[in-house]
Design a protein around this ligand. Sequence first.
Ligand SMILES: [Ca+2]
Length: 574
Amino acid sequence: MKVRGKLLALLLTTAVVTGGCASKGGSSSEGSSAATQKTSSTAETTAAQAESESSASEGSDQSGQGEVTTFTYYRPGLNRNNITSYSDTLWVQELEKKMNVKIEFMGPASGDDYNQAVNIVLASGDYPDAVYMNWNNYNGGLRAAIDDGIVVDVSANETYKSLMPTWFGDLDENENLRRAVTLDDGTSALFCHIENNLKRGAYAGYGIRKDWLDNLGLQVPTTVDELYNVLSKFKTEDANGNGDNTDEIPMSDDSDHNLISYLAPAWGLRVNTPYLDPDTQKMTYWTQYKDGEAFTDFLTTLHQWYEEGLIDPEFASQDSSAKEAKITNDQVGFTFAWTGNYATWTDALAENFPSIADKIDIYGMVPVVGPAGKAYTANDAHVRYAASNEGTCVTSSSVKDGTIEAILKLFDYMYTDEGSEIINWGEEGVSYTKDADGKNQWTDAVTNDSEYSFSDKVFEYALPTWGGFPKVMSYDAWASIEATTASQQQAHENYWKADTGLLMPPLMMNQSEAEEYNQIMTDVNTAISELYLSVILGTKSVDDIPALLQQVDDMGINRAMEIYQGVYDRYISK
Ligand SMILES: [Ca+2]
């Protein structure tokens, strides 16, 4: 759970694409016709507002009528070069206007120490009206936050429920979504981002320098054995073609160990994450699967590769910028990559090595097949229908003067098609236009700013890529930012071809389960972490593995897997 939470948090903060993305301005005639449409719809809204002021309201229509409801919303701030407050974004202002609310954003400026900050706020007893967090980081989870009187159980109140027809309708229609966002008893009190296309989750995997392969007359490896062969040749045959056959680092990783985490599935393993044994469909851990045989084989193989100089000697300790410096210095052949990295690294390589600029090809791979026999990925986002534990709840402080009602109506609107369009694309005619096929295209105002890159500028208008809000994550909007270049699209397509057999849905433990599980697994993970990198580096031997397997047994790992199995079974049956 911890690893997954950390991964998602990391994704939310690193899902950033740098500039240099292809401009895709629509034709000017489309732009002006959309602008005309927009003018008339604004006029309608203004007329509706004027009408509502003079005549009695006919009920709870969602357009801007009556007094503005102001509420406080605690969440991480926006952190871009050109904009730092959500209040200044066009999409928030549009939502406020539509729903007649004013949001007072509160919270730390960046995601740093956010969990600590939000827990302090919740402990103070003075709650903001709406609070975003990973509720697994509240002691006892979301259930405890409700029982402690902080979070309002929206699903327990028919009036509140009736204000959210879109949200509760989606839960009725989509079983996978309902499982992902409700507690075991069906409680729905948390509003998170949900996916309109699971394919968006294919944003992580590994890539290889295809131009290096071409230099050596090699094919993209599809198996662990082929990968080993390729890495061996990268090592000795001057793959980057600079006349020096000693400067290549066949594979590199950094202190997040993402490459190791994404290679392990070839052996049927997930690094420090419980998963279903693909043979028995019972909950297992990488030290337990095949009685430790696969774990031993994986570490033995990586140690051999390390000894042969195929792995960057600094892989275990260097940070991502140290790794990236080697990548953009034309030294690294194979590494972990987010889809967003492909454009950034290609641009940097082209700038650093203009003579090979038109040949550079970082190729996102389908996962290699190893002893486990399938092209498994480690990216749970392939099966994640919603952000689940990470979302916004309304607090008991909002139960006053219509505040909670206004918030729930707003949140529900954020899940509608109309609300989604505003969040993901901004305002038609301003930040985007529709082409002849009805597909959205960013306007020049977003893609061609003289001062800021597209990837910064877009956040003034819309939220096309990150979650962290009640919203439907639009695949098209995401792809317009994260999969723009040919290499990004290729990586995205290949990542999506991975087998999902080792992936897990986001699970929520109850308080007693979490306490017992964490007590066991904290020790287990410490013991494993101390050993596995040391075995790869050779400071400990594969002969030390049997003792570790005995040690984690004694620590109660089987009991921990039993607990996790129970949580999983409940998830499946709810
Ligand atoms: Ca070389």
